[in-house]
Design a protein around this ligand. Sequence first.
Ligand code: KG4
Ligand code: ZN
Length: 333
Amino acid sequence: MNKNKIILGIDTSCDDTSVGIIEIIENEIKILADIREDQKELSLKFGGVIPEICARNHIEKIDILFKKALKTANIKLSDIDIFASTVGPGLLSSLIIGYYFTLTLSILNKKIFIPIHHIEGHLSVCNLSYPFLCLMISGGHTMIIKCISFGNYEIIATTLDDAVGELFDKIGRELKLPFPSGSYIENIAKNCLNFEDINKYIIFPTRGKLNFSFSGLKTKFFNLIPELSQENLCYLLQHNVALILKEKIELAVKLTDISNIVICGGVAANLHIRQKIMELPYVFSFPAINLCADNGIMIAFAGLNHYKNNTKFINNYNIDVFARKDLPLFYNL
Ligand code: KG4
Ligand code: ZN
């Protein structure tokens, strides 16, 4: 059997339209194309992500971006061996576009189709052997997952209210920054040169407990806007978040006795947060900065893992798109 495979990964779970193509040759994986288009301008115009507008945009873009990806990868449609697409969690009207696009192509070409859980996609671009803990920090999710083996996952902590990326985005909106605001906040924070009494502002919601809570922090930061300069406020925000994440990682390691840790999701792109977390004496794996935010490459990697592990998701046409479903539940389907 030819071991070389070309895998397509498509993610349309929220507002980004992402198409990725990878190739595995022997045991080496090459990224052939990583095409994405965001809807920043539309989201900015409407003050956030509007599902109906996102879906219309995906319909307009998906075929164009797919053809661009084929061109970049210098391959033909018939060269693709495995078609993988996110089926959830996410916005239903957005998910169905990527899902049916990928599914149809796979059926017409008589090739393998694999439905992918978005979180597993994020996990798949990190490189650690099992068992490990995954701190998932994105705009839609904040959780710690105990990853025992491929497909065997247990959520041990989650957020009681806002996701951590949502906190960045909501503060960013108050500061009139573009959406999503995380990277803008990180850039502004670089101008904070002097913040002597920073410790008096730091708070630890749910201290000593595994679950996260960010809504108290959000209110506190809204109230601090008139008091602090924008540089100091942005620095304080990412610093306070970093300290909270550090505390939760320490608790999770104590509870599970697992000290190999993968950090993924859009917020994992923040260098200050990375640095602070890496002060802990554990083994860490972060995705490359460009693979932290939603992308098609991570879905292609997840597809490859399913193929290698010969899972029940291969050619499983019974899994429809879903708005919410935890990873362990997905595996129990
Ligand atoms: O993983 P992702 O692309 O989408 C979801 O699945 O949610 O994460 C997007 C989130 C947004 O909330 C964005 O503000 C945040 O990640 N983000 C950051 C940074 N880059 C993106 N947050 C903090 N610092 C950054 N550099
Ligand atoms: Zn994501």
